[in-house]
Design a binder for this molecule. Structure first.
Ligand code: FES
Ligand SMILES: [Fe+2]
Length: 463
């Protein structure tokens, strides 16, 4: 199984240096395929994708395919998606099944994975026992409304794996969010290069300068075991004041910042703010006295958001406090391949990256705008797929297009013979170094390496 190996020593990734081979080496990708993906928890789908008994989603990761299926109103199961006869895959994509019927020779399996029919079974004789022809189970559990799978039956529990994210963000009630959009694109870069565009905030000042008029973008990042988080240094989740990088000027009314950020996120991303918040912007002027202080405006705006959400039947995560929100950071990297930014509260943007089969120079990128809707008010789920990310139908919006342009150039640059590796910012890109270090640790030392340990020194996180 997992052997100690020192092809890619963990110690070579530091807070300030990341060798380019982790992104470019076919051998590194091969080790990920052999030692990372089969042993780690990863998001397969959301619960809302399989609401009825028999609903399934097929999740593919490199050579493996897993089918996740609802087997009862309270139970989800996952199996390796392969017929034990000649190995045909049983499902593709998503759908509904009363049983799994193999399309090659017609063998059938119930939702519990037991074989129910072998055509001409008498031909096989007594050696073909039931246990040889069951579907092979995969571990499955849920967090934040997502169904996670792990092919390692001896793996740590999802609750242990996900710590401390549930402590930090559980009160945001992510399980009540629903898809506003679901977009998948094939990107011409290594999956970790794609990932590295969303797990740090250091790039905002250059890549997304349109935000500097409205927020102070200086950030920090830190590891939480294998996971990691980034946040803006300031007194709010998003510090609503002109960036300290800009020439000094008198601050405008804070309402201009709220309107500026909300409008840009709505128009240029379609995520990180709810459509409801966008529609309520006019109330900043109609409902709040013009001489209100910044704090008064922020408190009143918070009340407006809760009021609008309740009016809409969406509800609001009522256990949130200002302290909890501040400690929940802005941008979370879940080891190894998903990320979320939850400052919108009733809209969270979530990303997942996977290798594109054996082509380590390409990846499958999923972007999910998740929003809290009133009962039955969510749009119908439409999974958009773009084999060419340049397809104008994708309408990614300006913010993602700013990221994608750099993503392709970074992929190219990482292959340059003059580039040995990235010189990482040790304060703002710690999530990047921690991701790569944790992957090396995982492939060198096995799944137990880097298991979450309680973080004691939270002082740094508060700064
Ligand atoms: S491969 Fe499935 S029944 Fe033959
Ligand atoms: Fe970005």
């Amino acid at each position: 199984m997992i052997n100690k190996g020192d092809l890619f020593p963990t110690s070579e990734v530091t807070d300030t240096f990341l060798p380019s081979e982790d992104n470019c080496s076919p051998e590194f990708a091969r080790l990920e395929n052999e030692r990372l993906w089969p042993y780690v928890w990863q998001i397969a789908c959301r619960l809302e994708e399989i609401p009825k008994v028999g609903d399934f989603v097929t999740y593919d990761i490199v050579d493996d395919s897993i089918v996740v299926i609802r087997t009862s109103p309270t139970e989800i199961k996952a199996y390796h998606n392969v017929c034990p006869h000649r190995g045909r895959q049983l499902t593709e994509g998503c759908g509904h099944a009363k049983l799994f019927k193999c399309r090659f020779h017609g063998w059938e399996f119930d939702l519990q994975g037991n074989n129910k029919l072998v055509i001409d079974r008498h031909d096989f004789g007594p050696s073909l026992t039931d246990d040889k022809i069951k579907l092979k189970p995969v571990k499955v559990d849920c967090w934040a409304g997502f169904v996670f799978i792990n092919m390692d039956l001896a793996c740590e529990s999802l609750a242990d794996f996900i710590a401390p994210l549930d402590d930090r963000c559980g009160k945001f009630e992510f399980h009540k969010l629903r898809y506003r959009y679901y977009k998948t694109g094939i990107m011409p870069c290594n999956w970790k290069i794609g990932q590295g565009f969303f797990n740090e905030l250091y790039h905002v000042q250059q890549s997304h300068p349109q935000f500097l008029q409205h927020m102070d973008d200086y950030s920090r990042a830190r590891a939480y075991g294998r996971h990691g988080a980034s946040w803006y240094v300031g007194d709010n989740a998003i510090p609503l004041r002109r960036s300290s990088r800009l020439p000094k000027r008198p601050e405008p009314d804070i309402r201009e910042h709220i309107i500026g950020i909300t409008t840009r996120l709505q128009d240029e991303l379609g995520a990180m703010v709810s459509e409801r918040a966008y529609r309520a912007l006019h109330r900043l002027k109609t409902d709040i006295p013009s001489d209100a202080t910044q704090t008064e405006v922020l408190i009143a705006w918070g009340k407006i958001l809760v009021e609008e959400a309740e009016k809409d039947g969406a509800g609001w995560p009522m256990e949130l406090t200002a302290e909890y929100i501040a400690a929940s950071h802005v941008d979370w990297q879940i080891f190894p391949n998903s990320i979320y930014l939850h400052t919108g509260i009733d809209n969270v943007i979530w990303y997942r990256f996977r290798p594109h089969g054996h082509d380590h120079d390409k990846c499958i990128m999923d972007i999910w705008s998740l929003e809290r809707y009133g009962e039955g008010k969510q749009p119908p789920l439409k999974r958009e797929f773009y084999s060419d990310w340049r397809d104008p139908a994708a309408k990614w919006g300006r913010i993602l297009e700013q990221d994608f342009e750099n993503m392709l150039a970074v992929q190219k640059g990482n292959k340059s013979r003059a580039f040995a590796g990235s010189r990482l910012n040790p304060l703002q890109e710690t999530t990047v170094s921690n991701l790569y270090r944790s992957i090396r640790q995982f492939i060198n030392d096995g799944p137990q390496a880097g298991t979450y340990w309680p973080i004691k020194d939270d002082a740094v996180a508060a700064k």
